[in-house]
Design a protein around this ligand. Sequence first.
Ligand code: HEM
Length: 487
Amino acid sequence: AGSLPPGPPGDPIIGHLRTLPRENYGEKYYEWSKIYGDVFSINILGRPIIILNTVQAASDLFDKRSSTYNDRPYFPMQDLMGWGDTLAFLPFGEKFQLQRKLIQTPLTRPGAAMFRGQQVIQARIMMSKLLKNPKHFEHIAMRYATAIIIEMAYGHRVVSDDDVYVEIAEGINKTITDAGTPGMTPVDVFPILRHVPAWFPGAWFAKVARDAVPVVTKFRNFPFQEVQRQMAEGTATASFLSMHLEELARQGKESPEDINAIKVAAFHLFGAGGDTTFSAILTFIFAMLNYPEIQKKAQKEIDDVIGNDRLPDFSDRESLPYVDAVMWETIRWHQAGPIGMPRRAMQDEIYNGMLIPKGAMVISNMRALTWDENVYAEPHKFWPERYLPKPVGNAEPPPTMIFGHGRRICPGRYLAEASLWIVATHLLTTFNVTRARDAQGREIVPPVEFTSALTTHPKPFECDIKPRSEKAASLIRTAVHGEGLEA
Ligand code: HEM
């Protein structure tokens, strides 16, 4: 009946517990795939983990045999923190089906397009903040990613910097980072550690979870109560939450369970879509800093197509293939979620003669999928032309697999892509990202290093973000002023 996929040698009892990297799993697994094969396995205390390192394998299992892989393993850490009932962490079953439907329905490609007006406004607010406070670009990008999701989920427009939602969101992002990579923390490996008190040596995760609970609880309840209050007063703006609640009322199905399901779905949007979008935008700024020639070339395309009398809009996307290619290359270069989200096999299966046993954790290693040299020529090179048609480019496929596969594919992908595109295009149109200089006037060259958790970000870096011209600066000021959005 086949044996497990090959893998690195491990201890007969503890398996690969000690060989597992402490960070950058994606890269380590990518190296192991070169030695042990595209599909290889490790085990921790006898629990098999199967790692897929090509789009072919991920698609064969998660798309074509999806009924076996729609499940997720149990994530004790995220459960302790208060995320256990949210879509990304739910096992396959009724709750999953309901959450998936609630989240997916308004975020289809045409559904996501409804939020474009908000994205344009928020991109312009972001540019205006960069004009005033360029050194705070990291915070400004975080604020943008937050604002997009909060407005969509709750109808609240974040304009000012000390908005309470931004504060809560920062707290949430910190808990996500502190929690490490789902499936890989000590408590995932030894679920018994759930019961260990926070002071226990090495039990950092218990403290992280304990500190996260009030932050998560506040985010779960506060915006929901606000929208309920606004709906009662008749002042609510249309949003994911208000539309779902109105629909329930229309159907006369306002049971506490149904209302709670909607509350959970709205609250999950930020957890799933905030930090990932933020990571992609920060990575874009970092890529432009590291590849000035590419930045110039994208700016030239914009100058030729849009000119310098107006700001870009979504209607320009078709006419800017190079900018599109730069965006895709950014997310291929360093994707926000390097090892995706683990699945769990729901039955024994044989794949290419190898056994994938029921209960195994199955991971599609995004890092290897996006660095596969059979798909991407010289994968380590930042080369946007690769997506352009031949002979200018190499006609390689855009790396849409960073959003996953099958029935658990990221439901926020259209929204995420548009959030990134509109910011990238505004930034290229109006600003230059260049190296900052130290007190002696020498260029600061930050190392290309990324943090390691469920989502990754470039490690804090310095750069100069200056308007390309006085004209560009005034276009931003006029746009923001015209909308009455100065804060
Ligand atoms: C650059 C941005 C983003 C990236 C790279 C990303 C990537 C991913 C990946 C890899 C998964 C796991 C898919 C799988 O198991 O095959 C996922 C799941 C998910 N994403 Fe995203 N995502 C992004 C933005 C967003 C946004 C903006 C939202 C919502 C507004 C969102 C909502 C979700 C949800 C709810 C899930 C769980 C789906 C499930 O388990 O059924 N994501 N995402």
